[in-house]
Design a binder for this molecule. Structure first.
Ligand SMILES: Nc1ncnc2c1ncn2[C@@H]1O[C@H](COP(=O)(O)OP(=O)(O)O)[C@@H](O)[C@H]1O
Ligand SMILES: [Mg+2]
Length: 385
């Protein structure tokens, strides 16, 4: 293949405009949130298309991937992205060192350690980003990939608040602007970063990030280089069925490439089988986990799925919904006693099974949208919202 990635320059251009040029009355300066399901191409787009588009438009782009190394605290990953950008130029470092009252510091930054930038360190994120802004005279865009992870740790939450302060300072007329772009695989989780007034990104715009389209499939079919060509409209149907995940197509193509005994005429048929088999396998695993839940665990995840963003685990109306879900599952009314400790235990078990996700302040969300869809398709969300 000539290019490994399919590019979406028009989308990148439109988004970069939305991010950089804040219209009067628009909330975009509070941040822009891009949501789309897992493995559908958000990170690839952010790195390969959006970042270059923002740079072409004259911005400095910082990129923090909170998903890549899960052993690192998300707060630290954000701080490191800032350190890295500041460290790229000696000018910034000198300015910073002076600002921190270290006139005697050797010019050349040798005795200035970037470790001094951080949360609770002597150079906070606002100071570091303001120096970067003043030195470059450019707008700064920080892309936080899988941003919802930031609210799972105290340092992550602290980093978000530090960024809010930095954003307010840099967006004042004294500096050249700071925009924060957050991506995430789950709308409900991402929404937690902006929904309540005490959250760092209150009022930020939520954009449903478009999935890869027929054009991508045309590109894929034109370049896939199999012993027999694939029909783009058939492949697009397969792509839709399997949740718009490019990897499933790639893996099916690989399997065919290594199957030397396969009759070329059979390639399209075999390709379809392989894509469907993988998609089915992923869902079958999930269904198995869901079927193994205890009645109360099942009731909790069903109600959570049905309520979405407005789910409040221990409120009286929610408790009634759990009871209703249990009754729907055929548990006799006399056996139903829904109490807070039982719900707490169920929530813990659901987290362990990776069906449910918990933010640091005890806010819950279903881990992945597919779980909600599986439950809905099975008719298990009816009457529960
Ligand atoms: N534009 C693209 N062209 C080719 N392959 C892509 C493209 N976007 C995503 N992919 C492939 O799909 C997979 C998932 O993409 P990724 O960007 O990691 O998704 P996400 O960040 O949404 O989870 C990767 O293996 C990537 O190579
Ligand atoms: Mg990603």
């Amino acid at each position: 293949m000539a290019e490994i990635f399919y590019h979406r320059p028009a989308l990148a251009f439109r988004l970069s405009k939305l991010i950089l040029q804040v219209a009067i009355g628009s909330a975009a300066s509070s941040g822009v949130f891009l949501a789309a399901p897992r493995r559908t191409g958000k990170s690839t787009f952010a790195r390969e298309d959006l970042r270059p588009a923002l740079e072409d438009a004259g911005a400095i782009v910082l990129y923090a991937d909170l998903w890549k190394d899960q052993t690192k605290d998300p707060g630290l990953v954000i701080v490191q992205a800032v350190r890295e950008a500041v460290g790229r130029s000696e000018g910034f470092v000198t300015r910073l060192a002076k600002g921190a009252g270290m006139e005697k510091v050797t010019v050349g930054g040798l005795s200035f350690s970037l470790d001094r930038i951080g949360l609770g360190n002597d150079i906070d994120l606002t100071t570091a980003l303001a120096a970067l802004s003043d030195e470059s005279k450019k707008i700064i865009v920080l892309i936080i990939d899988e941003a919802q992870h930031a609210i799972t740790t105290d340092q992550g939450v602290a980093a978000l608040f530090a960024l809010k302060a930095a954003r307010d300072e840099l967006n004042s007329s004294k500096h050249h602007g700071l925009r924060i772009v957050c991506t995430g695989s789950n709308r409900d989780k991402l929404a937690m970063l902006r929904n309540s007034k005490d959250q760092a990104f209150f009022g930020a715009s939520m954009v449903q990030f478009p999935t890869l389209d027929q054009d991508f499939i045309n590109w894929f079919c034109a370049n896939v280089d199999l012993p027999h060509s694939l029909d783009p409209s058939n492949v697009f149907e397969l792509f839709k069925e399997s949740g718009y995940r490019p990897e499933l197509l790639g893996a099916a193509a690989d399997e065919i490439r290594f199957d030397f005994a396969l009759d070329p005429e059979m390639v399209p048929h075999r390709f379809a089988l392989l894509v469907r088999a993988q998609a089915e396998e992923i869902n079958a695993d999930l269904r198995k986990v869901i079927h193994s839940l205890t009645p109360i665990q099942s009731a909790v995840i069903r109600v959570m799925s049905a309520k979405g963003e407005s789910y409040a685990p221990f409120e009286a109306p929610t408790m009634n919904l759990y009871a209703k879900a249990l009754a729907q599952a055929g548990i006799a009314e006399s056996d139903i006693k829904v109490e807070v400790p039982g719900v707490q235990q169920a929530l813990l078990a659901l987290q362990e099974k990776k069906l449910v996700w918990k933010a640091s302040r005890g806010v819950y969300a279903v881990d992945e949208q597919v779980i909600v869809e599986l439950l809905r398709d099975a008719g298990l969300l009816e009457g529960l919202s």
